[in-house]
Design a protein around this ligand. Structure first.
Ligand code: GCO
Ligand code: MN
Length: 411
């Protein structure tokens, strides 16, 4: 019924060494192991940062050679490069931020580095150019006006977007939002909601429509501050601000960015709802894993198992989406949760859309209104029935669980 999504993964995930703030690397696997694992798991695309491939001060000749080698390497495995991204955080020159740094020399170097990447993204045939502001912000020092910092940040991104437009590159530019990490006071701290309002303010010209979007990382970048990915996803889709890919992985809520394997630490219900919402809204995109094996995984086999698990977990969610949409009990519950509106309410909504006649429509609605007591007497049990049935579907217990609905209007 729904078209399954294709997969991509950050090349940085394939070579991640498993280190954490308390200890160094626990594994050292060449990227070839990961690429082979991608092929075995059914992941078609891989993405890179500039710094994953060459040193920041490498010569253009060396960069050119590395670009070609990378294209060849990825091709050798039958994969393609999907996204490109500029690392504007690891080099110590960016310790005070990049586009937003109070120091003009740093802002200059961010623009030089990012625009160089815009060219390379085009050369590699990438679909999107990601901007993630790892160190944009302050460690509590309030060294500059935070609004000015945001303005500088967006001006830097805008320089890159305009650079790409003038050069005729047709990929999209996406901003990856993340709440409060690693900076203590991150700029853009950093929900999809705050990002979409900033994009509207700084990119008002219609030439930017659909070109500057948000690529969220679910659930990690949202759940790490106790926020909910499904709520944010709904907003981004409704606003038309969601990139044609999302980052996906696992996250224990209210912890720093875990980047755990999908499902680990996460809410199965929320993960299901991410998958379901994308499909229900006919979103056309790619699931890009931005997560890693945990630190105790040390072998090539472990890396490959992690990749297979990541794909299987998403496919499991898609399977559940299908079951959910063909389940007769869910269908009845959903019908109750999606009842048609009265003519009077429709009239208010269309007056609001038209921008006139709202007073008249509200007066008519008021006239037809019964009483608050009558409204309070409507039956809203379908809400709870919906989550009970969903849990049954997710746990594969819907057959034996059907007795729960016997004698109800949803059976
Ligand atoms: C993180 C981010 C990064 C970005 C990557 C692409 O939490 O560190 O998710 O992995 O996705 O830098 O820009
Ligand atoms: Mn990410």
């Amino acid at each position: 019924m729904f078209k399954p999504y294709d997969f991509s993964i950050g090349g940085w995930c394939l070579v991640s060494g498993g280190s954490d703030p308390f200890g160094g690397p626990t594994r050292n696997l060449p990227i070839e192991v990961g690429l082979e694992g991608c092929v075995e798991a059914g992941i078609k695309y891989v993405s890179f940062h500039d710094r994953d491939l060459w040193d920041d001060d490498a010569s253009s000749k060396d960069i050119d050679q590395k670009v070609n080698e990378t294209i060849e390497l990825v091709k050798k495995y039958g994969l393609s490069v999907y996204n490109f991204t500029t690392n504007l955080f690891s080099n110590s020159c960016f310790r005070s931020g990049a586009f937003s740094s109070p120091f003009p020399q740093v802002r200059e170097s961010a623009i030089v580095k990012a625009c160089r990447s815009m060219d390379i993204a085009n050369q590699m045939g990438c679909k999107n150019m990601i901007f993630w502001g790892g160190r944009e912000g302050s460690d509590g020092a309030y060294e500059q006006d935070m609004g000015l910092g945001l303005k500088r940040y967006m001006e830097g991104i805008k320089a890159c977007v305009d650079y790409a437009i003038e050069k005729g590159y047709d990929y999209k530019v996406t901003i990856e939002t993340k709440v409060y990490e690693p900076r203590l006071l991150a700029l853009f701290a950093g929900t999809g909601a705050s990002a979409s309002s900033a994009i509207r303010k700084f990119f008002p010209d219609p030439k930017y429509n659909g070109r500057v979007l948000i690529n969220p990382e679910y659930p990690q970048h949202v759940a790490m501050l106790g926020l909910d990915p499904v709520v944010e996803l709904g907003q981004l889709l409704e606003e038309g601000m969601l990139a044609p890919f999302i980052h996906f992985g696992g996250q224990i809520p209210a912890r720093m960015d875990c980047d755990l394997p999908p499902g680990v630490g996460s809410s199965l219900v929320a993960d299901f709802m991410i998958c379901n919402t994308l499909h229900e809204r006919n979103w056309d995109g790619i699931i890009e894993f931005d997560c890693r094996p945990i630190r105790t995984t040390t072998t090539a086999e472990g890396m490959k198992t992690f990749l297979k698990h990541s794909v299987m977990y998403w496919k499991m969610l898609e399977k559940k989406v299908e079951i959910y949409h063909s389940d007769p009990i869910i269908a009845k519950i959903k019908a109750e949760l999606n009842q048609p509106q009265s003519d009077e309410l429709n009239a208010v909504v269309s007056a609001v859309q038209k921008g006139s006649g709202v007073v008249k429509a509200v007066q008519a609605l008021t006239k037809s209104f019964s009483s608050f007591e009558a409204v309070s007497n409507i039956n809203t049990d379908a809400i709870e029935a919906h989550i009970y049935r969903l849990i049954q579907i997710l746990t594969g217990t819907q057959e034996e669980g059907a007795f729960l609905f016997k004698g109800t209007r949803w059976a």
